[in-house]
Ligand binder design. Sequence first.
Ligand SMILES: Nc1nc2c(c(=O)[nH]1)N[C@H]1C(S)=C(S)[C@@H](COP(=O)(O)O)O[C@H]1N2
Ligand SMILES: [Mo]
Length: 295
Amino acid sequence: MKITPESVFAMSRRTIIKALGVTAAFAVVPPSLRASGDGADPALTAEEAAASYNNFYEFGFGKEDPARTAVRFNTDGWVLEVGGLVKKPLRLSPAELEGLFGLEERVYRMRCVEGWSMVIPWRGFALGRLLALAEPLETAKYAGFASLADPEQMPEVRRRTFPFPYLEGLRLDEAMHPLTILATGAYGKALRPQCGAPLRLVVPWKYGFKSIKSLVSITLTEKQPPTTWDTYNPREYGFYSNVNPQVPHRRWSQASERVIGPGGLKDVSRRPTLLFNGYGEVAELYRGMDLSENY
Ligand SMILES: Nc1nc2c(c(=O)[nH]1)N[C@H]1C(S)=C(S)[C@@H](COP(=O)(O)O)O[C@H]1N2
Ligand SMILES: [Mo]
């Protein structure tokens, strides 16, 4: 069904869920999952800014490149593979995923390791529900994620300027955490190419680079999977990459951030960065771990 983007925000949450044809059982989101983490209802980043200031290296290294070079990104016939240490390997299209799991709106803050942040209304479902369907084996401890690397469609993949495919990884308990979602939309409509169409990961308590775009595979493993940034520069980018104001990047402080607000790229205000990006409920995942050692 079609949703008019402009009318979506005029609707109540309940109406949105009805309009999306999502059953009530799927639609119930505990307040802690909707809230910004510190209780305040955050002001959404202007949609235009979220769609024109992007990191998506496959489509260029400049912030404005992906919006331009990804316009004709063709995602027809897309299949997400779930495999590795699972009882039931899966191959599902984005439409099949939406049919299986429904869609909920999640307003999350996104904090880039570079020091800027946005507040984005995603539309998606908990990754844990998909992983449960695949039935992880006892031996599975991690999930590895890979983006599409199509030289025909992605200029930097064609030029081989960076180690593509872009890879990411999570510990299995992080991947199963209810805050971790796969998004097929944002701002009430399907994801734009530059934002990771047709399907991306969103892990709101970690730096933005963990939220891998244009996802084609999820592989459960026993050992920690290689990730693009940790392989490329392990001193600066760790496997965990939890947002943490007390653990500086090697070249800059992470104590505060520039929030891109409702007025877009001209509406930027500085605020203190919060531990786990404000999503304190994930702290239990790291009990007993030294967060500056495991950065
Ligand atoms: N495949 C892929 N995924 C990616 C990236 C990328 O270059 N390639 N950039 C990451 C970084 S650094 C950030 S901050 C977010 C940006 O998401 P946005 O452009 O939707 O704001 O995507 C992440 N996912
Ligand atoms: Mo980022």
